[in-house]
Every structure is written in structure tokens, then in C-alpha cells.
Design a protein around this ligand. Sequence first.
Ligand code: GLY
Length: 473
Amino acid sequence: MSSKRVFVVDAGGRGNAIAHAFARSGNVQRVFVAPGNAGSEMIEKCRLATVQGKPPKTISEMLAFAKQEKIDLTFVGPEGYLSDGIVNIFQEEGQRILGPKREAAILENSKCWAKDLLKNLHVPVPRCENFDDPAAAREYVLQFCSENPGQGLVIKADGLAAGKGSVVCSAEDEALSTIERIMVNPKLFGHAGERIEIEKRLEGRELMFFALSDGRTVQPMESALDYKQAFSADEAVAVRLFNKLSNNPNLENNPNTGGMGGFSPHPWLDEELTERIMDKIAVPTVRGFRETAGHEYVGVIYFGLMISEEREPSVLEINVRLGDPETQVILPRLETDFFLLSEAMLDRKLDSVPLQWSSDTCLGICATSGRAIKPLSSAGGGERPGYPGDHYTNMPINGLDKVDPDVLVYHNGTAFASDAAGKRRLFTTGGRVLTLVARAKSLAEARIKAYDNIKRIRFNGIRYRKDIGQGYV
Ligand code: GLY
């Protein structure tokens, strides 16, 4: 009997996909989303949450909403609310809410803290050191580079930086200028960069690994191959133009984004590697965190890993949530009832719920606000480099009605508003705008379907990578 009322806290495409997963449960009658976006209302059973006519944004407004609507279960998507203690605050008021508490969110909101914990637990990590003094960081780089010529480094802001706080440096001068740009001027990531981690750049293949934890049992989820860099390998001219318009002296730097798309199942994460990651990383981290910090980790845990040629995993970072856009291609494949699964995690009964997945492939492409010149008729025009740099919003979106009905369109940054003629229309509100997800029996079919459909969507500056899934078909 579908009677349950669920509340999803998330503003993006991941939130659309989580809401969609709950809406598919036979136990769920209604899904509310906040802050949400225009897409949150386009999914069956889903509505944008409102309190006194306005979307709740602060934790106390969300709590008021959950009480007012007699919500049975709240699920939190983004790290910011988790770091701010939304789970602690809801639970103190007797609400059922799924996600790690503030004390556990430190695994993502302090990269330095997390690496120190992992080192103590003997979980494999690259050689790394933490710094809060730029002079000491520079000295470390000079010494490291003289002792290890040709070896790359990765410099990471300690705090939350919307997935953009990690800079890969292939040479000493690049590492020194990155320290300057993060810690001194222009303080690229604000307070998040007051402390940094400097890590040896490992060779291998990156893997995003997702698991569920009820504090005692840890279960692996399916994964996705994701595309973090803004541009594909054959877009060198676009990369240079992006950096020129962003005033970045390193013209060849292909910037990292929150993600430009991906596909699931992952092409090379097999059972043996999954087991190895569970045994060496996921289980010891959750258990060690409980034993060291004294708190249970409940919710999704997401490891950014480097897998060596010998298939040995090392942890590059931990996130305390589902990924965006990985969720948009992973969750549509979940066949287990997402409401019952979430309940089982909260009730410490995860060991009683087997995860079942469809063997279909889901391939997602993110449509972003790319380089654009605002029309001369508008105030404050000029050329902007586009996501992940400075970009325009409030661009009208067309063509969604032309997308095939079996193709999923999860919204990352959209809102309804009136145009100049007073007509209600969909507009862009962010750097990532939409994730279009095609599902098929094979990767090749999903790829054709996704690219065929995304061409039908139009807005000023629309840009997406053309190579999602290429080379794996
Ligand atoms: N896709 C990267 C993230 O969610 O952090």
C-alpha cells in the first residue's frame, strides 16, 4: 500500500534521480524535494516542498516542513547540509532521516582529517602531507620536486569546494602557483583553501566506488565510469580559450568539473576488484571510523580511488553522499525498493536487504552553460568562458518536448519563470543544467540514443562532451 511520504533534500540532478528512485517504490505515495528545481516537479508523485508559499532552504525551514507534512523519511543528497548537521538536528526532533551525522561528514569536509585517519587505519593512500602555512607548503614542493624529478603532485583544498578543489600539477612551477592561487591570492576556494593537502600524483585509473553503510554492515553499490574533465582530449583549442577567458596562466589545463556525464555499469569494476576494495578500504574505513571517532557511519559512502596497474586501490578522497552525475546513471538501474533499502539502513538491518540491479546500461550526458556572449541588448554582457568557470544563467531552454519519452532528463540547474511576453518557460539557473540519461540493453545503443536526444535540447551556450562512452562500445 503506497502511503509513505518522503522528503529529498537536494537542489540538483542527483536529487531528481533520488526522488525518481523513491517514486518508483510501491510503498511511496508522495515525494517532496527541497530546494529542488524545475525537474523535481516533472517526476510522477514528486512535488517541490514549500513552507508558507516558499521553498525551504535552511535546515530549520526544512525541519518545519518535515513536521508539517508528517514526513516518514528524509534523505539528504549534498554534503553541505550534512556538514551543517541536518541529520543531528532532525534526529534530535524525532525525525527519521538518512545520511551521516555532522561528526561523520568530516570525512568529506576535511580532506586533511580524512587522510590522517586513513593513514592511522593503514588504509592505502598516496604519500601526502597537510599544510596551513603557504611558506611551508612551497618548501615541501621544492624539496619533493628536487628529490622526485618528473613526479606530478595533486594539491587539494581541505574544505568543501563543490568538487573543484583538487588541482593536478605536473611541474614544480605549476604546484607553486597553485599554492599561491589557493592559499594566498585570489584564494580560489575561499576558507576551504586555508589548509591544503599535497599528494603524490599516482599513476593508474580513477574509480568512483559507492557503498551503503548502516554503521555495521557495508554493501557495495554498482558504480559508473565518470568524466570529470570539462573537455574531451581532442578539444585543445577550447581548453586554451577557456583558460584565456578565465585568466588562468596555465592555458593547457583541462579543468575538473563536478562531472560531465558517465555510464553504468562500470566497464572494468568486476567482482574481484569490488571484493578487494571492500576488504582493504570500505569495511576498514567504516569500522575504523566507528572505533576511532566513536560514531557510526550511516548512509552512502563514496570513495574516489586510484587503481594501479596491479589492481591495487588507493584512496584519493572520501565523500559522504551519492555523486552527481553518477547517481543519475546508477540509481535508474536499482531494482531493489529504494524506500525499503533506506529504511533498512536507518534500522541497522542492511544485511537483510540484497541489492538487485538491472543489467541494462544507462548513459548520461550533462548539458552545461558553456562559453557565451550575452546579447548586446542585455546589460552586463561580454564573453564568459562557461562552466566550470564564469557562465551565464537565465537562458531559455527549448526542445525538452522533443526528447523521446523513454529517455530520462534529470535537471541540475533549471527553474520556471515568465519570459518578456509573460509566458511561463524553463530557464537555466546553473553551470550544469540537465543530465540526459538513455537506457538500453547495450552501451552502444544507450550512447546512440543519448546523443540523438541531447541534440534536440537548445539554450544559448549549451555545451556537452561528445565522447561519453566512446572507446568502450
Ligand atoms: N561527481 C563528483 C561528485 O559528486 O563529487
